[in-house]
Ligand binder design. Structure first.
Ligand code: ADP
Length: 374
């Protein structure tokens, strides 16, 4: 979306999903840690609390949400939009409804990006308090596309206690960090084993690793979920434990985690998160580009100043880091003809000299402002 001349963009408005208040991806470093199980149960716990909730199964490589929720029907279309299937009060869409898994595995960057953005546009979610997104495991193209397409409230990371699982989970944390998406918290799944016969507890993989690691990384720890046969059996039967047996200890653990998550989302929303993101950007075609940040700070840059520090590959030598832009070749009267936010981490600026490849990270813009380069 390009800005018309003189207009100011409300950068934190969610343009693809204007009626969705919070978008929360659930990620894991590797498969099989119970990410989909956790996503479904937490979404259902939010439904129980009275919230309007959607669950988007974006795990193109192994979409298991329809099975976990016992959904066999396909969504219907109305007014050229797709209506989610409603199950246990939860609005559900799975990429598995539309894309055969064996086709998706060969999809790479641009195709996945298009699919994610089409999907977000096409599905009619209606009004939602929370849209939970079950991501594919790892740090691939889908989370990247999501972060670039819509402003995410924050991500939740699911890990098991094993060192190796936590090690890979950290990669997901680093990825979200780079994309300026806050981490709302970490959940340790399968944190201890509960014997279905005697009820005794055993820490098979060692417990509390994710909690300690979260503390070290200063990320909120949302809670632990036991390794419990009832969790698997209820998911296999298509009625997750939070819905089928909410009094079960494991269900109570999911409900408590959902409550903590809601508190953290509220804190983020009232305090604007710990990261600085623009709330207003513009106008274009003017001598100054103004940015108003979520902490109240106001920055002002001449388009020429930004053009001179453009970090794109055409302007900076990738190997040496040396600037290739000749300041004398840039007109004083240069203007920004379009400014477009890229997720929660950068602005894409198109200049009147036709230069259109620069992405300006929010951190870079804050640094430039405080170093007086504006
Ligand atoms: P992922 O989405 O990370 O690939 P799934 O949610 O599909 O993982 O879970 C993988 C398997 O582990 C499923 O059979 C699921 O029922 C089971 N599972 C997940 N979490 C638990 C748990 N806490 N206790 C017992 N089984 C679990």
């Amino acid at each position: 979306m390009n800005l018309p001349a003189g207009s100011v963009l409300e950068a934190n408005k969610n343009r693809s999903l204007p009626n969705v208040k919070n978008i929360i991806p659930i990620a894991s470093g590797k498969g099989g840690v119970g990410k989909s199980t956790v996503s479904a149960n937490i979404a259902l716990a939010l439904v129980r609390s009275g919230a309007r909730v959607g669950l988007m199964d974006a795990d193109v490589y192994g979409p298991s949400i329809p099975t976990i929720l016992g959904i066999s029907e396909k969504p219907v279309q109305a007014n050229r939009r797709i209506l989610p299937v409603i199950r246990y009060g939860l609005k559900v869409i799975s990429m598995g409804f539309f894309v055969p898994v064996n086709e998706a595995v060969i999809w790479r960057g641009p195709m996945l990006h298009k699919m994610v953005s089409d999907f977000l546009e096409l599905v009619d979610w209606g009004e939602l308090d929370y849209l939970m997104i079950d991501l594919p495991p790892g740090t691939g193209d889908v989370p990247l596309s999501l972060c670039q397409t819509i402003p995410l409230t924050g991500a939740v990371i699911v890990s098991t206690p094993q060192d190796v699982a936590w090690h890979v989970a950290q990669k997901a944390i680093v990825m979200f960090d780079k994309l300026n998406t806050p981490i709302l918290g970490v959940i340790e799944n399968m944190s201890h084993f509960v014997c279905s016969h005697c009820g005794s507890t055993e820490e098979i993989f060692g417990s509390g690793g994710a909690k300690k690691a979260a503390e070290t990384l200063e990320i909120p720890y949302l809670g632990g979920i036991s390794l419990d046969t009832s969790i698997r059996l209820t998911s296999d039967a298509g009625e997750p434990i939070v819905h089928g047996n909410p009094e079960h200890l494991a269900a109570k653990a999911f409900i408590q985690i959902a409550e903590r998550l809601v508190s953290l989302v509220n804190i983020r929303n009232t305090q604007g998160g710990c990261r600085n993101v623009p709330v207003k950007i513009g106008p274009v075609n003017q001598p100054q580009i103004q940015i108003e940040w979520n902490d109240g700070k106001k920055s002002s840059f001449t388009p020429k100043a930004l053009r001179m520090v453009c970090p794109c590959a055409a302007c900076v030598d990738e190997l040496t880091g040396a600037k290739k832009t000749d300041p004398l070749g840039i007109a004083d009267g240069l203007r920004a003809v379009a400014i477009q936010p890229v997720g929660r981490y950068a602005l894409h600026i198109i200049f009147s000299d036709g230069h259109a490849t620069g992405l300006y990270g929010f951190e870079l813009l804050r640094k430039l402002d405080s170093s007086g380069s504006s």
